[in-house]
Write a protein that binds this ligand. Structure first.
Ligand code: NAP
Length: 307
């Protein structure tokens, strides 16, 4: 069985930053990543709000830089999904993937969050055929076409702006009449002639033959149902934390986020949580990275206290 001082579950901004710190503390470190390293930023076209890149940086490139930095300081990356996390009687942790069980003296869970779904008819059926949760990945497929973006937060507005590079029109469908997105993004969206808004409106159904052909919309104030011919529905309505490994181990809030203290510590000795999976995170790359640093420093203090 492979043994490490620190096991980090999740190779996004929080996990990779934790790996840099853990590696530099000369602790044997493994990062488990079941998907692509970088997490959400790996599919972000331009990251404009990470300090040090005044012109912005491509998210995938930034993630690759973080990965190289973590590996430079000795972290190992295992490209496997962690299926179980258990604490043994001796206080160490068993981290089980499909293929193997690893032993770690401290664990940092930085598993991030997954996209929320609308839960309407047609959504699952048309995933990959017009329904998408990643404009950066899929917007180019809809060049010259009309598309819908659902949501009113930073993600929805940012991705709507990105989609205007390709689409003929982008209609932001939002359930209220006020955006949650930051002022600068709102300003850019309002100034973009390709962007329209459907306020107080939800998507009721997504329809088509082989691919998305229309969205059926309902105005929540008037009750009016309308059919909008579109080729794509991009959904950005928040996220659910990937905290299932922590169930029964750490305390979770009502939304499933792990409750931690200022040191990113759970109530379980040696178990730390960083990034979008924890409660009250700002859910920014920079704050996820900050959490990762704090969690790794705390894990190091914990290991040092064991002697
Ligand atoms: P968010 O801020 O939670 O916004 C989710 C949006 O979806 C809200 O407008 C919400 O409406 C709407 N919504 C939620 N459930 C819905 C449903 N069932 N049907 C229709 N609409 C629904 O999520 P996010 O935009 O994914 O952002 C998550 C975090 O990442 C935020 O902290 C954000 O600031 C950050 N982020 C930052 C950047 C950046 O700074 N560049 C980019 C992306 C994300 P209500 O407003 O009515 O609740």
């Amino acid at each position: 069985m492979d043994r490490y001082d620190i096991a980090i579950i999740g190779g996004g901004g929080a996990g990779l930053t934790a790996a840099v710190y853990a590696g530099r503390a000369m602790r044997s470190t493994v990062v488990f990543e079941g998907n692509v390293t970088g997490g959400q930023i790996a599919t972000t076209d331009v990251v404009e709000n990470f300090p040090g890149f005044p012109e912005g940086i491509n998210g995938f490139d930034l993630a690759q830089n973080m990965l190289r930095q973590a590996e430079k300081f000795g972290a190992t990356v295992e490209y496997s999904r962690v299926e179980r996390l258990d604490r043994a009687g001796d206080g160490t942790f068993a981290v089980a993937t499909e293929a193997a069980v690893y032993r770690a003296r401290a664990v940092i869970v930085a598993a991030g969050a997954d996209y929320n779904k609308l839960g309407v008819p047609g959504e699952d059926e048309f995933i990959g055929r017009g329904v998408s949760y990643c404009a950066t990945c899929d917007a180019a497929f809809f060049t010259g076409q009309d598309v819908v973006v659902v949501g009113g937060g930073d993600a929805a507005v940012e991705e709507a702006l990105f989609t205007t590079r390709y689409a003929k029109t982008v209609t932001i469908v939002h359930r209220r009449d006020t955006l949650r997105a930051s002022g600068i993004l709102q300003e850019r969206a309002r100034a973009n002639e390709k962007i329209r808004f459907a306020w107080d409106t939800v998507v009721e159904r997504i329809e088509g033959a082989d691919a998305v052909e229309r969205a059926v919309l309902r105005n929540l104030k008037t009750g009016t149902v309308s059919v909008m011919p579109v080729s794509a529905v991009f959904v950005f309505i928040g996220q659910v934390p990937n905290s299932h490994l922590l169930k029964g181990l750490a305390d979770l809030d009502a939304g499933g986020h792990a409750i931690v203290d200022l040191q990113m510590a759970t109530t379980v000795p040696g178990l730390f949580v960083a990034g979008d999976v924890r409660t009250k995170a700002a859910r920014q790359l920079i704050s996820a990275a900050g959490d990762g640093a704090t969690a790794a420093i705390s894990a190091e203090h914990y290991l040092a206290s064991l002697g």
